[in-house]
Design a protein around this ligand. Sequence first.
Ligand code: AMP
Length: 192
Amino acid sequence: MLNLILFGPPGAGKGTQAARLVEKFNLKQLSTGDMLRSERDAGTELGNRVKEIMSSGKLVSDEIVIELIETNIDNAESSVKGFIFDGFPRTVAQAEALDKMLAAKKMSIDYVVMIDVPEEELVTRLLKRAEEQDRTDDNAQTIRKRLEVYRDQTLPVADYYQDNEEAAVNKVNGVGEVDEVEKRVQRAIGKA
Ligand code: AMP
């Protein structure tokens, strides 16, 4: 098993890099953002409960995302060689819950890769994504809020893992061509 957390602010390229790793190493991407968007777009009860929070740029409750993650781990095909956690955990409480959940399944996190991108570049990328895709949470005010939420609630998760002997945080430069960043990520997980 190869389990890794792709960590970083909105717009860092976590989803793009996760897709590359999925292809290459037969991993399953677990993106809570994608899961929540698909609930919202399907108009499920859960989707209706979270859609306003999502478009405000704030975080949905820990319970909701922890349950989504657990269900998706349990439903993964047995051929899967590991999991990429993308956009999760985003709070220390989520990180603690993930540790407990994995321990109960005799699993653990092998790598935490932080994709590092300066804030000005993130804003540029997110504004561009707003034009190209239908992401109601990529607009000027919400982008500011999402970056603030990242700093206040999500960055402490890096400190939580910093002291973890098995999976210390490995920072990679997220600026550059996607292929370049992919190589840096692979190096960080000992695959290049
Ligand atoms: P993302 O695509 O990962 O940026 O997620 C889009 C939105 O979904 C976020 O701004 C949050 O409102 C919500 N969300 C996604 N993942 C989480 C999480 N792990 N914890 C809380 N809220 C989340």
